[in-house]
Design a protein around this ligand. Sequence first.
Ligand code: FNR
Length: 449
Amino acid sequence: MNYENKLILAPMVRIGTLPMRLLSLRYGADIVYTEELIDWKFLRSKRKYNDILDTVDYVDQTDGTIVFRTCKEERQKVVLQLGTCDAERSLKVGKMVENDVAAIDINMGCPKEFSIKGGMGVALMAQSEKAKAILKELVENISIPVTCKIRIFESPEETLNLVNKLVSSGIKAIAIHGRTRDERPQHGVHADIIHYVADNISIPVIANGGSKEIENHNDIYKFKEQTGCTSVMIARAAEWNCSIFRKEGLLPMDTVIKDYLKLAVDYDNSPSNTKYCIQNILRDLQETPRGRQFLECQTLEQICSIWGLGDYCQQKQSQYQKLGIQGRWQVNPEELEPPNKKIKLPEKELDGITQMKVCFIRANFNDLNLPKSRLHAWAGKNRYKIPVYETEQIEKLFRTIITFNGHKYTSSFWEKNKKFAEQGAALVCLHNLGLVTQEELIQLGSIIK
Ligand code: FNR
């Protein structure tokens, strides 16, 4: 892959999933980055070919969720961005994906606490030897190009020093977000520092950070000129309207949403991710009556109906269902790699709480039979108050206690996130109300021995 003269969709958590990447390519992007994927989470997944969608899916073995979905159309153009602080783990991921993606990028620019605490993102800019070692390990051992994405330091010289060190690892290009680790998106971008680095190194520099001033396609070329780079990477301007990549000009928001939704349906994107991406296109318009109607949606079909694509969604989903997409990556409880289940609350705290050991495996449910939705629907129908959820966290594990109609319910299985803990507790509640049978719990893979 070459990095000269390219328009690039930037890595964006939750935004850079398959439908948004494909739409950006169709509108004119040359290269698309995935959202940042964390190495140890990626290593929990297994590669599977999905013959219904003709995609390659990396499936989390603990819950059957899709960590990364890709397809032929983007094969030569997709860059997998990795969050890592470890050369060995990065290489393992590199080896797993080298035949499915065009390149690998290491995120060295993320200023979020989660990244810094884990020694990832901008933490690597302060540990240039380690950063170089990660890149070198990949460059020397995988068959596809390796790049990294950094922020700037306050001085051009200090930034160039770091860049020179990283370049000596053999990377093919470097993306530079023209803000320091403490600067936020509303701060101006330091195009001059990107320019200085681009003038002084031999590999392509990809300029990033210009969205505040990028309102139409021509503005991209202004940013290119200001930074002296041949390639530009765009995040927010594309998040809001990815037709920014179109040479012919921006498309109306509703056209973009429709184009996006068709891809979301075609590639069976999750309703929550689809909703999130559309929320970020709608922005302030979520306050309109149509926006509020959209916010109530829980299924793809409901979302599609707002944009006149309800029938399209229904037909496609029933076609997929006939082919057996439902429960495709169903996880067997025996194969589950559960979180540490040893945590026990003091008995007295559990007095009066109905407890069972069930887990919630997302891949074994569809959008319509989620435990919480079932419980809430039943509560509504029988005029009970909506249940109250209280979740506690110990280390990286979560457990929820539900209070419903004067009783408390919980699962003694500690889940890996709050949402799953709530669903698990709702299952216990449903079972005790007689609304979910033991057989159904077994079928859903929820019973833990
Ligand atoms: C980001 N950014 C980002 N950067 C990165 O290297 N990996 C990531 O996963 C993410 N995730 C992410 C999510 C969202 C919603 C936004 C808005 C941004 C930062 C992004 O790639 C880019 O560096 C900055 O947004 C600056 O570029 P723009 O927005 O001015 O084009």
